[in-house]
Design a protein around this ligand. Structure first.
Ligand code: T1G
Length: 712
């Protein structure tokens, strides 16, 4: 067996059974070495007269979680996964797959190529390929329908969502579901043993291989099959995400074509899609989310233990954080300034949990158990026992500083002190305490029980293990943490501020808020910038502009349209009008009075409005985001470009299939971006001058992806 392959498949014999145990931590992805080892091992088993049956299992957390995504986009190295699957299926002895954990994508396809499948109760199977802009590419679109029929196969592949073992059993995919082992016993060993017993049963009954490609249960009702394909095709899918439609084509091909031809049809679809911008962007997003966890402080330190979280402030943010912490199994101590505020905060948490029960995400018993872990109090002294305290009070420095001083006085030594500030100076807040090394920013996004993003803001004095604790807490809460340095607005709000400056300039130069929003929605944002402002409330950014006014460069262009709206109390949806009118509910309507107000602002500055095309709106908005991103990298605020992408994908609605602003810039070409920026800077150098890093990358023919690789 090839040297590198020895590590990935452990081979053992047990009285005629050949055990092939996959061992490629952490999730047994089917990289080239493992594929080669499997191919060799199944060939050896097929040829060995002493082998009567084969059991394929996996060590560690899970049966293979899929093909190796890091290999995508690179020249394929044989044996390719479809070939390995075909060899398994062609084995002249019965092959049983022993499945636990999450058998996903290529891992599920590997199991489908086996003749029988045994799964633990807690097993989940799925085809997440569509979330990567792909179709299953190792026979899944041809084997799954033969067992489960079109409707179930299409639902699994087009949703990309995993299903539990019992559902897979009902589809006919899993032949035997066995109970999870007792606590303390390894899942992998338990299912391996069950599969071995299953294999012996086959031999005792004289049952041999059962090639999935020869099965046809799923074709029993061709009319229903065709109807399921037609229904799948009728489901609307955006043109930039063709994978769902190609899945329907492949499932149809499974019925209409011979197996080999169906495999070729699937492979062609897979290769077409692999080359699409969406597949590249979605793959970038997947890897960027995991790369964000690679932070220097984590290499040097372990997180402190956190079982009880203290939260000061039960407003929208504090209640959301508390709800998320309870969901994560943590204890929560919620402190409010008085009983009335505390009652409101607890009611907010209860409302979140009641909605989760309504949606079937939480049981009443679960709610009771969570509620038992929640303490509400007006006494700051109750924070003495918490492992980490988060202040989520009003966004004013003195208010937060006061809470930090009070926490500093009661928290036990070693407790982490976190601020949820959106952009205040974390170093300055740390300085009001006697424990600056324990202070870290945890910038959650509202609603905190829904939004996955947390910016972990690292102050000058923040200890590495306090950073590691922030990341560990975010992960335990099911969130994606991104490291940020201390700057006004951290990563996301810095980029957002640049985005809004660019669109405000467009507003004054001739575009309407409605045209700008439409242009950005056409790019893929769910809402345009002015819709977001109305939704969030214009008073928030107005407060920030007023706070920054004393330090604003008087020579810099300043667009006062937002101030004019706020001066009229037009704060957005909550006020019934902002950039849009909301007379008839939440769908805003264009407001001629806003357009007149913008005209007045233009006239006051002597600006003659010009027609601005949607392409220019997008070019300027995106160039501003990327240029600010380059500045964040130069300043060391963001560790790597893909971290900026993760923030914009998860905090600001940047379309996932484009991968994020920095990925978009690479795809568009940094040279053309530099050209745009220099064109814009000719008229307004203050805002548009290209960041030196961007010029340097273009000059050296490098990309943001190169920086990601360097910082990996
Ligand atoms: N390829 C490469 N690396 C992967 C990987 C994959 N498929 N899945 C996980 N990893 C890495 C991940 O980057 C991280 O690395 C570590 O494993 C732990 O992952 C041919 C074409 C399985 C539910 O899409 O959904 O098969 O940071 O942090 O939260 O038809 O990983 O430790 O260095 O996410 O416990 C289809 C993707 C591929 C599954 C576990 N499969 N993975 O979640 O751990 S396409 C997927 C996941 C395919 C075939 C097609 C999750 C997980 P590092 P993690 P987790």
């Amino acid at each position: 067996m090839a040297e590198g392959a020895a590590r990935t498949v452990q081979v053992a014999d047990d009285d005629g059974l050949r055990h092939l145990e996959i061992d490629n931590p952490p999730v047994n992805v089917l990289g080239q070495a493992l594929r080669a080892a499997l191919a060799e091992a199944i060939a050896a088993a097929a040829a060995d007269p002493g082998v009567r049956a084969v059991v394929i299992s996996a060590r560690g957390r899970s049966f293979p979680a899929g093909a190796d995504i890091t290999e995508f986009g690179k020249p394929p190295v044989p044996p390719r996964l479809p070939e390995v699957c075909n060899r398994i299926e062609a084995c002249p002895k019965p092959v049983v797959a022993a499945m636990h954990g999450t058998a996903l994508g290529g891992g599920l396809e590997l199991a489908l190529a086996a003749h029988y499948r045994v799964g633990l109760e807690s097993l989940r199977i799925g085809f997440p390929e569509v979330t990567l802009g792909l179709v299953p590419g190792a026979g899944g679109t041809q084997r799954m329908p033969r067992i489960a029929g079109a409707a179930a196969a299409l639902e699994l592949m087009q949703s990309g969502q995993p299903v539990p073992a019992r559902a897979a059993e009902a589809m006919g995919v899993i032949d035997l579901v066995v109970p999870d082992p007792a606590p303390g016993e390894e899942a992998a060993a338990a299912v391996r043993r069950a599969a071995a017993d299953f294999a012996r049963g086959l031999l005792a009954e004289g049952l041999g291989p059962r090639p999935t490609s020869m099965r046809a249960e799923g074709f029993a009702d061709p009319a229903a099959y065709a109807a399921a394909v037609a229904a799948a095709r009728a489901r609307p899918a955006p043109s930039h995400l063709p994978a769902a439609a190609r899945i329907a084509d492949c499932v149809e091909a499974a019925l209409l074509l011979p197996f080999e031809a169906g495999l070729a049809f699937e492979r062609a679809a897979f290769e077409d899609l692999m080359a699409t911008e969406a597949a590249q962007g979605l793959r970038h997003a997947f890897l960027a989310e995991r790369r964000a966890a690679r932070v220097p402080e984590l290499a040097a330190a372990s997180p402190r233990r956190v079982e009880v979280v203290g939260i000061v402030g039960g407003g929208l943010m504090g209640a959301g954080i508390a709800a998320a912490a309870l969901t994560a199994g943590l204890g929560v101590v919620l402190v409010e300034r008085d009983e009335a505020a505390l009652d409101k905060g607890l009611a907010r948490i209860a409302e979140i949990k009641e909605r989760a029960i309504e949606k079937g995400r939480l049981t009443s018993a679960g709610f009771e158990a969570e509620w038992a872990r929640l303490i509400g109090t007006t006494e700051m002294a109750a924070m003495a026992g918490v492992d980490l305290a988060i202040e989520a009070v009003f966004e004013e420095f003195e208010v937060k500083a006061g809470v930090f001083r009070a926490l500093d006085a009661v928290l036990r030594p070693g407790a982490v002190l976190a601020t949820n500030t959106s952009y205040l100076d974390v170093d300055a807040l740390a300085a009001v305490t006697g424990r600056p090394a324990d202070v870290v920013g945890l910038h959650f996004f509202s609603p905190a029980h829904v939004m996955k993003l947390v910016e972990v803001v690292v102050g000058r004095a923040t200890a590495p293990d306090a950073v590691a604790t922030g990341f560990a807490l975010a992960r335990r809460m099911g969130k994606i943490a991104v490291r940020s340095g201390v700057t006004d607005g951290f990563i996301g709000n810095r980029i957002l501020s640049a985005y809004r400056t660019a669109t405000d300039f467009l507003l004054e130069d001739g575009a309407t808020p409605y045209a700008i929003d439409a242009a950005m929605r056409a790019f893929g944002f769910p809402l345009g910038p002015y819709q977001v402002l109305d939704l969030a409330g214009l008073e928030i950014s107005w407060a920030r502009r007023k706070r920054l006014a004393p330090t604003r460069d008087p020579a810099a262009r300043y667009v006062a349209v937002g101030d004019r709206l706020c001066e009229r109390g037009w704060f957005g949806q909550k006020a019934g009008r902002g950039y849009y009118r909301y007379d008839r509910g939440r769908t805003g309507e264009e407001d001629p009075e806003v357009l007149a107000l913008i005209d007045a602002e233009r006239a006051a500055k002597g600006i003659i409005p010009r027609a601005i095309a949607a392409d220019e709106i997008r070019a300027r908005a995106l160039a501003a985001m990327v240029n600010e991103g380059a500045r964040l990298l130069e300043e060391g605020i963001a560790l790597r470009p893909s971290d900026i992408d993760v923030v914009m994908l998860h905090g600001y609605g940047f379309p996932r299939w484009r991968g994020g602003p920095m990925r978009w810039a690479d795809h568009t070409g940094l040279r053309s971006l530099r050209r745009d920026l220099m064109t814009f800077a000719a008229a307004e150098p203050e805002f548009w001058t290209p960041a030196p890093l961007l010029l340097d990358l273009v000059g050296n023919g490098r990309s943001f992806a190169d920086l990601d690789e360097a910082a990996a």
